[in-house]
Ligand binder design. Structure first.
Ligand SMILES: NC(=O)c1ccc[n+]([C@@H]2O[C@H](COP(=O)([O-])OP(=O)(O)OC[C@H]3O[C@@H](n4cnc5c(N)ncnc54)[C@H](O)[C@@H]3O)[C@@H](O)[C@H]2O)c1
Length: 337
């Protein structure tokens, strides 16, 4: 079977390509490289000894996408392409809606034209807004606090409607919690263009001596140590969740909405300590003001994914930190070296 991976050169897309190739699928990747480098795909080929047919296109370009579908008989799509920085989405809402929603619409339309109706979509725990109870289950109320979150919510609705309209679609909406870590080999990892805005890439930069200290946003949350709590999940576990979802969708046409998290919540200070232990490097930090839009606590109830997809995360915090650190040490300039 041939799987198209949109956003394949990116962080989660590249790790999922490894799992797809290892599972015996043929793969085609498309990416406009707005937040990635195509070397990541070469690295995936190196790890897997596989081949990736790559097209540098924007998924909003329906004509270009159509050409890809003409060249390859695509059986299913994993859709990672999108913009993901919450703060930038607040500054540039039109760009975010255009890219994320416009891109998905174009993709779904072209898929429909080619009668390709199996789709795995990257949603996010952000669709739960500021949930008042933990752990978060899939049937909790949905909301958003920024354009990025709304774009995910709108796409989820769009896909729900496409499924409901009939015609044999099979769709998984996977709600990721906080992916970190890297492939065990240290060959691929997270390397966003520009300044990263997630915790782990910042910790890595401090540990490398590129930044003086880590800014921790908020030390007065209602949590045991005052810092915010998240559900960090190893990117390889996340990637494997996609393979399980794909199997379920191939098995029978259905729509699946599932959390991909570990079910464990760790505070920012827990993360700093775990990282220091795993890497042997100090991570000096200072606690500053809360960041607008950040919530205190967010962790998943992953039991539905286990029941429905026979999937659960296997890696603990130690593996996540060690693997992220290995990637960073082997590739101080990411894919640029
Ligand atoms: N990393 C996270 O913390 C996280 C959490 C929840 C959900 N997600 C979602 O998972 C998906 C993948 O995230 P990631 O962390 O791998 O991000 P990423 O930025 O590393 O990967 C996304 C890829 O999509 C490409 N892209 C963006 N717009 C495109 C377009 N219009 N046409 C073609 N390519 C385009 C980028 O160049 C990039 O390679 C995104 O949709 C993101 O919103 C990520």
């Amino acid at each position: 079977m041939k799987i198209l991976v949109t956003g394949g050169a990116g962080y989660i897309g590249s790790h999922t390509l490894v799992e797809l190739i290892d599972a015996g699928y043929e793969v085609v990747a498309v990416d406009n490289l707005c937040n990635s480098q195509k070397h990541s795909l070469k690295r995936v080929e190196k790890i897997t000894h596989g081949n990736i047919a790559f097209y540098q296109i924007d998924i909003r370009d329906k004509e270009a996408l159509t050409q890809v579908f003409k060249h390859h008989k695509i059986d299913a799509v994993m859709h990672f392409a999108g913009l993901k920085a919450v703060d930038k989405s607040v500054q540039k809402p039109i760009e975010y809606y255009d890219n994320n929603i416009g891109g998905t619409l174009a993709l779904v339309e072209v898929m429909q034209n080619f009668n390709c109706k199996i789709l795995v979509f990257s949603s996010s725990a952000t669709v739960y807004g500021d949930a008042h109870k933990m752990p978060i289950r899939e049937d909790f109320p949905l909301s958003a606090t920024n354009p990025y979150g709304y774009s995910k919510l709108m796409i989820e609705q769009l896909l729900q409607d496409v499924f409901q309209a009939g015609g044999g679609w099979s769709i998984a909406k996977l709600r990721y919690f906080n992916p970190i870590g890297a492939h065990k080999s240290g060959t691929i990892g997270e390397h966003p263009n520009g300044i990263p805005n997630n915790l782990m890439p910042h910790i890595l930069r401090v540990a490398m001596g590129e930044l003086d200290k880590l800014n921790i946003f908020g030390g007065d949350y209602n949590t045991p140590d005052g810092t915010a709590i998240r559900d960090y999940i190893h990117v390889v576990d996340l990637a494997k969740g996609h393979i399980q979802a794909l199997h379920a969708l191939i098995d029978k046409p259905q729509i699946i909405t599932a959390n991909l998290g570990t079910g464990n919540g760790y505070s920012v200070l827990d993360m700093v300590m775990a990282f220091e232990k795993a890497s042997g490097k100090p991570v000096p930090y200072q606690i500053t003001h809360r960041r607008k839009g950040d919530i205190a606590i967010c962790y998943a109830d992953p039991s539905y994914a286990y029941k429905k997809l026979n999937w659960k995360a296997k890696h603990g915090l130690k593996d996540m930190c060690q693997d992220a650190w290995r990637w960073q040490v082997k590739n101080p300039d990411g894919y640029l070296c």
